[in-house]
Design a protein. Structure first.
Lengths: 302, 68
């Protein structure tokens, strides 16, 4: 690995870039399996503790909001096949863990995977990027609001219709996923009849807060005001908060450069690929510190 | 098969209204009970579910998908 990194100092070709990147691909991202199942278990236990009056509802709201904020990233890892790595016989892990992880968000893994793949294929394209409307806005507040209404009028529907016409496989995947969406739709109504205030404060409000957080931190900050194109569509950024409190989305540009690299391996991959990132002109790449630790990006970016 | 298709079409068109009535109606009803005491008056329950239904209709006709 060190030799490869040394060679890459002089050879900045695409082939060399891919050779370095490949050394970080293929492992099972067990950390995401733990987070995915763990946060869902915490969410279920919180429900149990609140319903049985062991902890107050406000404490449940706090715990549930934090755990729900952690529910998307394991599904995202599953969408990219990180949960099975190069082991094709374990590919079921991507779907199973990905879907379990999304229970607090009441979302379908299939739908999120289909739309996320289109986001990668058409990042920042106003007509084809499903994330465009909550990404390219003026501030955090607009992003937080836009993502809540993305299935409403003038939102994601037009983009989805266009993508469905162009790609029947995409349309079929959405149809499959909508069944899961329907299960969540009815589940919420049934649970609300039995435990109304608990459903509001342990499920509905936490997932709304988590979705707004995702819109701001996962979409708006890494992609705002950037054009279409590989190496141009994502940036390195910082909001002066510790990297782990933002799910490391400050280094999301690495994910768009090589989506097959696991989330937890991105810091090491960035260190190795920094010369290529600078050469390709990725926004913010010149400011990347030599070592990416807990939060070195605070001083480096604004 | 036709029943399932009709069901899906109905939910696609009227899903938000049902969600408003059942989900938000139940929540408004619980909020009334919380703030007004354990008064199991039919009027309170009807008002709560009517508010839920109105929110659902507003959701459908104003495109407020966030209520779901």
């Amino acid at each position: 690995m060190d030799q490869l990194a040394e060679d890459s100092q002089t050879n900045l070709s695409i082939e060399e870039e891919r050779k370095v990147a490949r050394t970080f691909m293929g492992r099972i991202e067990w950390e995401m399996i733990v987070v995915g199942l763990g946060q869902c278990i915490v969410w279920v236990i919180t429900w149990g503790l609140v319903v049985n009056d062991v902890i107050p509802l406000w404490a449940g709201l706090l715990i549930s909001t934090i755990s729900t904020a952690c529910s998307y990233l394991p599904s995202h890892a599953g969408q990219h096949g990180h949960l099975s790595g190069k082991h094709k016989q374990l590919s079921w892990l991507n779907t199973v863990v990905g879907q379990i992880s999304l229970i607090p968000l009441a979302q379908s893994h299939h739908i999120l995977k289909a739309t996320h793949m289109k986001h990668h294929a058409h990042t920042n394209d106003p007509e084809r990027d499903p994330d465009y409307r909550h990404t390219h806005v003026d501030n955090w507040f607009q992003s937080a609001i836009q993502i809540q209404n993305q299935t409403g009028e003038g939102g994601l529907i037009e983009v989805v219709e266009k993508l469905s016409e162009e790609d029947p496989k995409f349309a079929k995947t959405l149809e499959t996923g909508s069944l899961v969406g329907l299960v969540f739709f009815f589940a919420q109504m049934v649970v609300a009849v039995i435990y109304p205030l608990e459903t509001l404060l342990l499920w509905w409000i936490p997932r709304k807060l988590a979705v707004s957080y995702l819109g701001i931190i996962f979409s708006h900050e890494p992609h705002k005001n950037l054009p279409v194109g590989r190496y141009k569509d994502s940036r390195f950024w910082s909001n002066a908060m510790p990297r782990y409190l933002n799910h490391s989305m400050q280094i999301h540009a690495m994910h768009h450069m090589y989506p097959n690299i696991c989330h937890y391996d991105e810091p090491k991959a960035i260190e190795a690929l920094k010369p290529f990132m600078v050469a390709r002109g990725i926004p913010g790449a010149e400011e990347i510190p030599e070592k990416i630790k807990l939060n070195p990006l605070i001083r480096a970016f604004s | 098969m036709k029943v399932i298709t009709l069901f899906f079409e109905h939910i696609t068109t009227w899903g938000l209204v049902w969600f408003g009535l059942i989900f938000w109606g139940s929540i408004f009803n619980a909020i009334f009970h919380y703030f007004l005491g354990d008064n199991h008056s039919l009027a309170f329950a009807l008002t709560a579910y009517l508010l839920g239904l109105i929110l659902g209709l507003l959701g459908k006709y104003k495109g407020w998908s966030w209520i779901n």
